[in-house]
Design a binder for this molecule. Structure first.
Ligand SMILES: [Ca+2]
Length: 336
């Protein structure tokens, strides 16, 4: 019976470790460090106006002491705000506090906000007031469904990685180029709404906190993503025939303290071409561009298999134990 106990214990420990790997990864907040040169916070002193400012703004953007309004609730407005300092962190997490609000009724408002980590900055264009062809990462908070398809509800949050070869299709809400996404009720909320973008060891995770519960909900989580260092953070928004106030309250960038191998450290990370290695079923993607194997979330069938194995082990042990017990009893009987 000793072997059986050990087997069950091993299975239990393995299960616990896997669960911890998933849970710990998302809630780990102790290793974060705020980087002020890449953060935009109240009261936004010197933004845009002083030569030493670390943020530039463009278009309809209005900076007050309590919010940065990228567009007012008026038609055909375009605005953006961009960090002037290139980011050289390998592992980071950006927290965006934002507010989208306006007088438009259901489905009569638009277009939304985009958060950027790109090679070029202040590059006006048709995609939430930025260029449709870009190098880097974009996370779209799309409040208006341009496409007629009804299989998803808006506002819809999606992510796209581009090496300058693909154009975001605004008419289709970027469906063909999206890496993943989720619906989130972010508009006209009484409380604050937040979005977090984490990039670490080739994994891109987007989380939302929009229900005033002070907890992150996973929206996108994919591996095999390659992004260089030296790009710029920015936010942009646009209105068309329909409008909304698109406000950024804060953008806070945290450095994630992650160890890299000496080989990884010696690479020139500014030369990395933005890419994604697997577009199909990214949740099962264990490929890591930096060469490290990394634990993937424990999927339903894996849990099922593990439990099945443990159960089978117990049954086999019980049967063997019963047989041995019976044999021993029979042997004992013979001695009488
Ligand atoms: Ca749209």
């Amino acid at each position: 019976m000793g072997n059986c106990g050990a087997f069950v214990r091993t299975a239990a420990v393995f299960l616990w470790l896997e669960v911890c790997l998933v849970g710990c990864d998302i809630t780990d907040g102790n290793t974060e460090h705020l980087k002020r040169e890449h953060s935009l916070m109240k009261p936004y002193q010197g933004v845009g106006s002083s030569p030493s400012s670390q943020w530039d703004f463009w278009g309809s953007t209005l900076v007050t002491s309590s919010y940065v309004r990228l567009t007012p609730d008026e038609r055909s407005k375009q605005g953006s705000i961009w960090n002037t300092v290139p980011c050289h962190l390998k592992d980071w997490e950006m927290h965006v506090q934002f507010k989208v609000h306006g007088s438009g009724k259901k489905n009569l408002h638009g277009d939304g906000i985009a958060i950027w980590y790109t090679k070029d900055r202040l590059h006006p264009g048709p995609v939430f007031s930025n260029n449709a062809i870009f190098h880097g990462l974009a996370v779209f908070i799309d409040t208006y469904s341009n496409d007629d398809a009804t299989d998803r509800s808006f506002p819809y949050i999606s992510a796209m990685v581009n090496n300058g070869s693909v154009s975001y299709d605004h008419g289709k809400d970027g469906r063909s180029s999206e890496l993943g996404g989720c619906s989130a009720e972010i508009r006209n909320r009484e409380h604050d709404t937040y979005l977090a973008i984490r990039y670490s060891k080739g994994r891109l995770t987007v989380m939302v906190d929009v229900d005033d519960k002070n907890e992150w909900k996973e929206c996108i989580d994919i591996g095999g993503v390659r992004l260089p260092t030296g790009y710029f953070f920015g936010a942009s928004a646009a209105t068309g025939d329909l409008s909304d106030n698109h406000d950024i309250i804060s953008m806070k960038l945290y450095q994630l303290m992650v160890e890299h191998t000496p080989e990884e450290e010696n690479l020139d990370w500014t030369k990395i071409e933005p890419s994604v290695s697997l577009l199909k079923s990214p949740k099962d993607n264990i490929d890591d561009p930096t060469g490290n194997f990394r634990g993937t979330p424990l999927t339903g069938w894996k849990v099922f298999l593990l439990l099945l194995c443990a159960l089978l082990g117990i049954v086999v042990c019980a049967v063997v134990g019963a047989v041995v017990f019976q044999k021993r009893q029979e042997r004992n009987k013979r001695f009488y």
